[in-house]
Design a protein around this ligand. Structure first.
Ligand SMILES: [Fe+2]
Length: 431
């Protein structure tokens, strides 16, 4: 692979292998409480069976590290098509001749053995492909958690669960902070790993705006729903209204009768202080309109998350340069759900906004498009084929996103009707 990026990570092979091992331990821990029947079942037409994710993680590593990096034949070239996410949309994956549980686990282990041997022999090159593969596995862990959330598997015991902080609460999501306008930057700089769609970093001029201090909470959303939010035609675009009517949408995806909501493995009373989750872009947009507000553009979101007005530079993370820890943000899957809004004061951005990273993905107004000067890397199907008006960008990562992945420049994208992801909303307004 030739890389257009000047980046050279050159991490020690031991560090790369430790990162791969950590991701693998997480994958195996997530599926350990499940039997083969639960792993192989299609829990939702929106999602692959969990065992497909296992085989796909192996196939991706087989292609990028065994074949492209180490120059060896793939362990299972015959499976490349079955596990090609682009060739086979999720709705069709239940019918594919994918590996059953034991074979998928064997495939994962076989590929990893080859990768470990090749990495010890060859090093990691510029480190980019190893990093791509580590992050890919972390991202599939989040996809698997979405499947587990949709499956509503009562009694699933989340592994290594860590409680969220006792603090937070008292926010609605409708309190706005002022963000000054001016010249700033958007996107990832040339150093270190970033996905192709985050580059190149470029300058742009923004008007002053206001943005939610926190994401919108369940309590605020309940107010909206009970106040006719899903019935008032004037708050919905034509397309959104049509979707809402067709699927009879009246509340977020995980809410059930009796004021309860589904979390991973259990149904719980809705906590009014936690961010609303599992709402579509259509719902987020209607909610904002109903309040005389709008969704932030991704340039506004990134500015609110990273821009330090005093120094005139973008911070690496909302709180500064320190890598994320449990004091800063609810990331890394250990909470198995969002914390109360405002629970991480040490993660406050220079703008005064809280919880920009972790808890819930935040829908933005922006369509998914390449930045000026975009170059596809390492392959067009990673992002370029999705550019256009069909997708909207989400920012900030969720509680299920790895801290390694959830940087303030990371761009996620999905259809405006989708709400199986851990998606919430932060509102904005002109100054
Ligand atoms: Fe994938």
């Amino acid at each position: 692979m030739s890389s257009p990026s000047p980046t050279r990570l050159a991490p020690e092979p031991a560090r790369a292998l430790a990162a791969l091992t950590e991701a693998r331990e997480r994958t195996l821990a997530l599926v350990a409480p499940l039997g083969a029947a639960e792993l192989e079942r299609v829990h939702s037409p929106l999602m692959s069976p969990l065992v497909w994710d296992l085989g796909h993680i192996a196939a991706f590593e087989d292609l990028w590290l065994v074949h492209r990096f180490a120059g060896q034949d793939m362990v299972r070239p015959d499976l490349a098509e079955v596990y090609d996410a682009f060739e086979t949309p999720r709705a069709g994956r239940g019918d594919l001749p994918f590996l059953h549980t034991d074979d998928a686990l064997d495939y994962l282990a076989m590929v990893r053995d080859r990768v470990a041997a090749a990495t010890e022999r060859l090093g990691t090159g510029d480190g980019l492909l190893h990093e791509l593969v580590v992050r890919h596995e972390h991202q599939h862990n989040e996809t698997m958690l979405q499947t587990l959330a949709l499956a509503r598997l009562e009694g699933y015991q989340p592994p290594d669960r860590v409680p969220t902080p006792a603090g937070g609460g008292g926010h609605t999501g409708l309190e706005l902070v002022e963000v000054p306008g001016g010249r700033g930057s958007l996107g990832a700089g040339p150093e270190g790993f970033a996905y192709d769609n985050e580059r190149p970093r470029h300058e742009l001029e923004l008007s002053p705006f206001r943005i939610g201090r926190t994401p919108i909470t369940n309590g605020t959303w309940r107010h909206f729903a009970e106040g006719g939010g899903y019935e008032r035609r004037e708050w919905w675009t034509d397309e959104a209204w049509h979707w809402k009517e067709e699927y009879d949408i009246t509340h977020p995806r995980n809410w059930t009768d009796g004021g309860r909501e589904w979390r991973i493995g259990a149904s719980e009373p809705i906590d009014p202080d936690k961010p609303v989750v599992h709402v579509s872009w259509f719902e987020a947009d209607a909610f904002a309109r109903a309040h005389g507000l709008r969704l932030p553009t991704e340039a506004e979101w990134e500015r609110a998350a990273t821009w330090d007005q005093e120094t005139g530079t973008a911070r690496r993370y909302p709180w500064g340069d320190e890598a994320p820890t449990r004091r800063h943000a609810n990331l890394d899957q250990r909470a198995f759900g969002p914390a109360r809004a405002g629970a991480y004061p040490q993660g406050t951005a220079a703008s005064g906004s809280l919880g920009m990273l972790g808890d819930v993905w935040e829908w933005t107004a922006s369509e998914f498009r390449g930045y000026p000067g975009f170059v596809a890397r390492p392959y067009r199907e990673y992002s370029e084929v999705f550019f256009g008006p069909d997708y909207r960008v989400l920012r900030g990562g969720s509680w299920a996103t790895s801290a390694r992945v959830a940087t303030p420049t990371f761009r996620n994208w999905d259809f405006p009707a989708r709400r199986q992801i851990f998606s919430g909303v932060r509102v904005a307004a002109d100054a």
